[in-house]
Structures are given as C-alpha cells and as structure tokens.
Design a binder for this molecule. Structure first.
Ligand code: MRU
Length: 309
C-alpha cells in the first residue's frame, strides 16, 4: 500500500489521521492543499512530507504560481524534518517539477529497500526490537526506514518480534506502526511510552531501531521521547540504531540548531475526544527531541551503516 500517489493531476494521500480504523484518501488539488495535509498530519514522517512537498511544487507549477513563493510556503508547513527543505530545493533546481517529484517518489522506495538490506545485517534471529513513533511505509512512500529494517530482517526469515511505543501525544506507534506490523504478520506488542525502560531492564528488548527527522553534527532529531529511549538503551546496554536516508542529513549545521516544532496543546490535553487535564492547564508540546551521537550505535543509510558524527 502506497502512502500517496499522483492521479489526474492531483496528489492523493492516505489520510493518516483516520488510520487504523478507516482508510480514507485526501485529494490535494492545489499546493495549498498539500500544505494543509502536512500541517494537519494527514501526511507525516520525514520522507513522506518531503515527497508530498515535491508534488506540492508540481501542483504549484500547474497552477501557475511562482515556484519560489510556493516553495517558501511549503517549507514553512513544518520546521524540523530536513526532507521538506531538501525536496523543495531539489524541485527548484530541476527543469520540471512533476518529473522531479515522480523521480523522488520512485527513489524513496529504492532507498528504503537499501536501508532495509543494510539494517537487516544488525538484526539477529530471535531479536525483540523496540521502535518509537512510526518510521514505516506510512512515513515514506512505501517500505519505511526503521520499519524497513524490520521488514527486511523478517523477509530474510529471521524470527523477530517488535515492540511499539505508543508515542504520545499523537500515538503514531499505536495507530500506525502496530497497524503496519499486523498487516505483514510480524509479531508485535504495544507498550505505553513509560514502559520502554522497563522492557530493556528486564531483557524484553534487545535492540532499538528508530527513524530520524534530521541527522546533523552531534546527533539526530526524532519524535519526542526518542531521547528517553536512547538514554535507557545506553543504561541497559541495548544497541540503539537510527535508520535514515541521506535526504534527512544536514552536514552543515549542529543538531542543536534544529528548530523543534511546538504543536497544539490540545494534543496533550485530550486523549482522543476525552479531555484528560483540568480546564486551563498550561502545556508544553515539543514534537521532537535530540539524541546526542554518544547514545547512537550506528546510523543505517542506503549506503551502509555510518558512525554517528
Ligand atoms: O510528527 P511525525 O509523525 O511526522 O514524526 C515522525 C517521526 O518522528 C519519524 O520517526 C521520522 O520522521 C522518520 S520517518 C521515516
């Protein structure tokens, strides 16, 4: 199942806010529709928002909008993932926005399969792998990065199990990663985020694989809570791998220069439809955190496994 596709001069996206219970598609007819889809998390995950942004540029071209202006607006949709900026800049340098977007679409799948192949080498028969958030097919065009590594190891016949952190507040682990694993019949269990350290302390997890929104000098940025998982992994000697394509890398800047997205307080105040805190509660809702390089065992890319830098 592809997260998105181009049809009748429109970008058609799975509306991920409706998963896992409903499979609903959202049709982007304008580049502003793509911006809306990214802001509201109908499409999310660094590689997926990158490719969606490229199609957004293709729509802008069809609409006759100035591409520089559309590019600036698209880049402002979410601040943390490198892929969004990388995709817009790549289209701006190309001769034809749609052709470039379609190329990036195909490349995403090939890249993820290569990440999977390299990553599967560090997965052993019998491993139980913890993952945080969703760095799966749904976070990309298909196959996934962290879940791509898990898929590849499973396809090689390794008997593995997966533990998904729920990933409050948006619950990408519960809603999306569990769903993807179940679709593939990969054994999976769901835990609350607070249980991750306990799983490692009791030997119930022996590897961690997560994705990244940014890989830069000094570490990586990924979904809020990744830092706590990495700290626990270090404490309990559990290898902690990051799977990410080169389009997520920023070789110029320090990871501490990353702009961390702050999201709507209601994501924290409510659990689904149910308000869980008193009226008027003040909230901080950072969407990402930074894992320093010394907590990372290796960065799995399409070109092989790199040392954190
Ligand atoms: O807020 P999200 O759902 O876009 O955050 C997604 C993540 O943090 C993923 O781990 C990351 O983008 C890598 S996806 C291959």
């Amino acid at each position: 199942m592809k997260t998105m596709f181009w049809e009748d001069s429109q970008l058609v996206l799975i509306d991920q806010t409706k998963l896992p219970h409903e499979l609903v598609y959202y049709r982007c007819k304008t580049y502003k529709d793509v911006i809306h889809a990214i802001k509201t998390m109908k499409v999310r995950g660094a590689p997926a928002i990158g490719v969606a942004a490229a199609f957004g540029m293709a729509l802008a071209e069809l609409e006759g909008v100035d591409l520089q202006k559309a590019g600036e607006e698209i880049k402002a949709a979410r601040p943390t993932a490198v892929n969004l900026f990388w995709a817009v800049d790549r289209v701006l340098k190309s001769d034809n926005a749609l052709e470039e977007a379609l190329k990036m679409y195909d490349e995403d799948i090939e890249t993820n399969k290569a990440i999977g192949k390299h990553g599967a080498e560090v997965i052993d028969d019998g491993d139980t792998i913890l993952t945080h958030c969703n760095a799966g097919a749904l976070a990309c065009v298909d196959y996934g990065t962290a879940l791509g590594v898990i898929r590849a190891a499973f396809e090689e016949g390794k008997k593995i199990k997966v533990i998904c952190d729920e990933t409050r507040p948006f619950c990408q682990g519960a809603k999306l990663s569990v769903f993807e694993m179940q679709q593939e019949n990969i054994p999976v269990k769901l835990i609350v985020d607070n249980a991750a350290a306990r799983m490692m302390q009791t030997g119930k997890v022996n590897k961690v694989v997560v994705g990244a929104d940014r890989v830069a000098k000094g570490g990586i940025a990924n979904k809020i809570g990744t830092l706590m998982v990495a700290l626990a992994a270090k404490r309990f000697d559990v290898p902690f791998y990051v799977a990410a394509p080169k389009s997520t890398f920023d070789f110029e800047n320090s990871i501490y220069d990353t702009k961390i997205e702050e999201r709507d307080p209601n994501e924290v105040l409510y659990f689904g439809e149910c308000m869980v805190a008193p009226e008027g509660t003040e909230v901080e809702n950072p969407s990402f955190d930074i894992v320093p390089s010394d907590l990372i065992t290796g960065i799995i890319t399409e070109e092989g496994i790199l040392e954190p830098f």
